[in-house]
Design a protein. Structure first.
Length: 385
């Protein structure tokens, strides 16, 4: 028979489940349960097995709507599809919060440095999980990602970091077979422009900072280890993490040989004055670290609070610890060092990273031009006298 509304409505429940098969679409049927519930289904064969797939309940679907849906599914089966398996796979698909945990455990913690692990986890905990954690990973769309990105537009840097974490996460989801290839929903979500911060200490600020640090050490307001660490940061251009975890074994001659850094193993060339500062530090027995913290056998972990105290006293409230690195770089370039040489001193892995200091190279060029012009003018004056 052709399933019509009259036939479907007339179908009465029996003691057992039974089906009424449609004459028009082979494999399409109405299933009637003892409870009186009626639902539409298809029956097909896939991978050598007979499968049954429920399309929906009568009342939500009309017979004609169900028949149309049955045709679409059966065409899909003919092309090699398997609706039952698709449904099972979808039901087992992880929510994004679960995928985030796998991402951290199986990729980030195995391949990234501690600082990166910490930042990725922070992005997930504060931004990604609260907004998208309950979504099925395969259901997340570009609109969902764009909305999250837009919600953090007041903090462009942070919004872009979250977008970067999601991009990597969804690339791995494709590798793991949890999303179709090429379906990364972060594609075409444009990053916000980021204004690179350029803050360098001028000679007066450096002098004042140095005086404040020595005064606070003399008055025992800061430990000698803390003050030595800040001086070393300024005079080497190292990253905070590199100085924080510096061990005595890494100091070899007039260089720090770091087994690991943001860019991998690294040799830091240091000036004689740095070695003098380090020679004035007391080595603590059974502690391998140069800048000793309060925990036995450990290093200083909190640099931010002491730095806030120091910079307030020095009148440089807007200067971050990382700006000491920028200051070192600015003095190198403006002092006549090439960008290539400055990049080597800083341990940059890419030349474009050092290029942000290129405009500072103009200073020695202007000075050279002035010297040449003054020499010419002096020659003219002598000729006219």
């Amino acid at each position: 028979m052709r399933l019509s509304k009259r036939i479907v409505d007339a179908a009465k429940p029996k003691e057992k489940v039974y089906e009424l098969w449609d004459q028009e679409v082979k494999g399409f049927a109405l299933r009637v349960y003892p409870s009186g519930v009626k639902s539409y289904m298809i029956q097909y064969r896939a991978a050598g097995r007979t499968r049954k797939f429920t399309l929906g309940k009568h009342g939500i679907l009309t017979p004609d709507e169900a028949r149309k849906l049955a045709r679409e599914h059966l065409v899909y089966v003919t092309k090699g599809g398997n609706p039952t398996e698709d449904k099972r796979t979808y039901s087992q698909a992880p929510r994004l919060s679960v995928l985030c945990k796998r991402f951290m455990d199986e990729h980030v913690k195995l391949n990234c440095k501690p600082s990166t692990i910490k930042e990725y986890q922070r992005c997930i905990d504060i931004f990604i999980d609260p907004a998208l954690g309950t979504f099925k990973a395969q259901d997340i769309t570009r609109v969902d990602v764009a909305n999250l990105h837009h919600a953090n537009r007041s903090r462009p840097y942070q919004a872009n970091r979250v977008l970067g974490v999601l991009s990597k996460l969804f690339n791995l989801a494709e590798e793991w077979g949890l999303r179709p290839d090429g379906s990364n929903p972060t594609r075409h979500v444009k990053k916000y422009p980021e204004k690179k911060r350029e803050r360098y200490l001028d000679p007066k600020e450096i002098k004042k900072l140095w005086q404040v640090m020595e005064q606070r050490q003399t008055e025992k307001l800061e430990t000698s280890y803390m003050i030595a660490a800040f001086k070393t940061l300024l005079l080497t251009g190292c990253r905070l993490g590199e100085i924080q975890t510096l061990k005595w074994d890494y100091i070899q001659g007039n260089a720090f040989k770091l087994p690991d850094s943001k860019t991998g193993a690294k040799k830091v060339y240091v000036g004689q004055h740095v070695l003098v500062i380090l020679s004035g530090i007391d080595r603590v027995k059974d502690n391998p670290y140069v800048f000793v913290g309060t925990k036995e056998g450990g290093y200083i972990t909190d640099y931010q609070k002491p730095w806030r105290r120091i910079r307030i006293d020095a009148g440089i409230d807007d200067v971050r610890i990382h700006d000491l690195r920028h200051t070192f770089a600015s003095y190198a370039v403006s002092g006549g060092e090439t960008l290539h040489m400055t990049g080597n001193l800083l341990g940059h892995s890419q030349a474009q990273t050092t290029s942000r200091y290129a405009h500072l190279a103009d200073a020695p060029m202007h000075e050279a031009a002035d010297r040449v012009v003054n020499s010419l003018i002096d020659t003219l004056k002598k000729e006219n006298s």
